[in-house]
Design a protein around this ligand. Structure first.
Ligand SMILES: [Zn+2]
Length: 456
């Protein structure tokens, strides 16, 4: 377990010098002490940051990232992309999912994501029949995360219908389906098998379009969910908002707050189409807003008003979702850039009291992501998961940097592969920028993608 000393560390209240860091056997920080003498402790590095939770992932989509970028029809949108994605999902099985997820999680870890929330809805075989065991696909994700060392918050996902008017599932959606009782049993089985091993178990409600009010109410009444994370895709598409309005007379965020006691357990993914009063609801509830900047841009979803959410004191974090981007810096950089382009100003996500845009972005996303992942408070502080990364002080982008310029140089500057080391729950997994099993996991992924069986 990590026990060492660094020149500078980014704590929740900013940079501190001469920081001693120590984790216990459970992988939690037990000592984070600034202005501490090094004595004979190992030198961890010059600059240490907290690891970043990735609060939204569909691992199987990694294998199609960047492969749906050709014109297919004049109204190409999220909905036409979804058809391609369903076709791709049809080619998944547990063995393929394990190989894809293992490489994906390796890429994540090497870029500084230390925990991933896996919003998992491809449960069954392509024709809808359950695997034996029924948890085969979820088990593949758990095994992949375990081999890579990344923290996993597994979110089995409830998916029951094709739209707000109770439309039946299409043939391609059959493999996502559970009735509510079977879903609860699945979650209990997964909790019994995996909780306590570094895996956290939560649940996802795919969306209000895919889960009706009776099932939602039944699920949320179960004590099992009293203290576990609950995620939902909430308002990604304008059509979803208008369908909800038509069916329920309320917008999705309004409807969710009327139906459920939304609190700090919740993470609302893609709250893109939110009005000011809906952002106020989310901020006041303590729920985390999950922003997937590069995926939302790739799918043409719309712009989320983070400036307004922050003004209201709302919690937020980032997810790589479809994995069109796998670099947390890119997710964060474009949040600020969107706000700059919209406002005609610079340094929008900062103020006189918290002037460093990049520090604000990193630390706020760490806190929101940690909460959404079921870990409580995150970052470099006692009690939090001992997840960290060390920046490469040899990268030319950092030449001559003061510590106050470092995060800006990292997130907005031209650094190439600046993450030198990454550790999760007290153990180091990435050294000199490479995961210990990088070659093997990459080669198995490459073989899968090049195999005659191929992927749709
Ligand atoms: Zn998603």
């Amino acid at each position: 377990m990590i026990h060492g000393h660094c020149d500078h560390a980014l704590l929740p209240d900013g940079w501190h010098a001469n920081v001693k860091l120590r984790a216990d056997a459970a992988g939690r920080w037990v000592e984070v002490v600034a202005d501490s003498p090094r004595a004979d402790l190992p030198h961890l590095g010059r600059w240490v940051l907290p690891g970043m939770p990735n609060l939204h992932s569909h691992a199987f989509q990694r294998a199609m990232a960047g492969r749906a970028e050709r014109y297919s029809r004049p109204d190409d949108s999220f909905w036409s992309w979804r058809e391609t994605m369903y076709q791709h999902a049809g080619s998944m099985n547990p063995e393929r999912l394990r190989i894809i997820a293992r490489w994906l999680y390796t890429e994540m870890l090497e870029q500084g994501y230390t925990r991933v929330c896996e919003f998992h809805y491809v449960h069954h075989q392509a024709d809808g029949r359950p695997y034996q065991p029924q948890t085969a696909m979820a088990d593949a994700l758990v095994a992949a995360a375990d081999e890579v060392g990344i923290g996993l918050t597994l979110l089995p996902t409830l998916y029951q219908r094709g739209g707000f008017a109770d439309q039946p599932l299409s043939p391609r959606q059959q493999r996502f389906h559970h009735d509510t009782e079977a879903f609860t049993r699945l979650c209990e089985t997964l909790a019994a098998a995996h909780e306590g091993t570094g895996v956290r178990l939560g649940a996802a409600i795919h969306s209000l379009r895919a889960v009706g009010t009776p099932a939602l109410t039944e699920l949320l009444a179960d004590d099992f969910w009293r203290s576990r994370p609950l995620h939902i895709h909430i308002a990604e598409q304008r059509q979803e908002v208008s369908d909800c309005l038509q069916r329920h007379g309320r917008r999705p965020i309004e409807f969710l707050f009327d139906t459920a006691a939304v609190d700090r357990r919740y993470c609302l993914i893609h709250a893109t189409h939110a009005l000011p009063h809906e952002r106020a609801l989310m901020a006041n509830s303590g729920a985390v807003v999950g922003i997937c900047t590069t995926t939302e841009a790739n799918l043409g979803d719309g712009l989320f008003d983070l400036v307004d959410l922050r003004t209201r004191g709302g919690a937020w974090g980032i997810g790589s979702d479809s994995h069109i981007g796998l670099d947390p810096r890119e997710e964060l950089r474009w949040l600020e850039y969107q706000a700059r382009l919209a406002s005609g100003r610079r340094t929008v996500l900062a103020n006189a009291g918290a002037a460093d845009v990049a520090v604000n972005l990193w630390n706020e996303a760490v806190q929101g992501g940690s909460q959404a992942a079921g870990g409580g408070s995150g970052g470099l502080q006692v009690g939090a998961d001992a997840d960290w990364l060390v920046l490469d002080d040899q990268d030319a982008a950092f030449a001559g940097c003061t510590v106050d310029q470092l995060m800006g140089s990292w997130i907005f500057g031209p650094a190439r592969q600046p993450v030198a080391a990454v550790g999760v729950r007290g153990r180091e997994w990435v050294r000199s920028g490479r995961h210990r099993q990088h070659e093997r996991f990459e080669s198995e992924y490459r073989q899968l993608m090049q195999s005659a069986a191929g992927l749709a």
